[in-house]
Design a protein around this ligand. Sequence first.
Ligand code: SF4
Length: 71
Amino acid sequence: MYLLELDRTMCVSCGTCIDICPEVFEFADDELSSIKGVELSDLQELEMDDPLCTIDAMENCPSGAISVHGG
Ligand code: SF4
């Protein structure tokens, strides 16, 4: 099990995570990244059996807003 965390207060709206991992991330109406299907808040979390493309997104996020725990 993996835990994906997105600290939206750190997002600089670059769009990289959405380009790399559109299955999981999208822009919300406030123009910050958000995790699809998760209620909008400053800190979003999603438990995932498979991290999919989120690790790639984490490694390429310029602001460190994305973290993936577990394995
Ligand atoms: S890569 Fe990081 S800074 Fe860029 S939109 Fe995604 S969460 Fe925001």
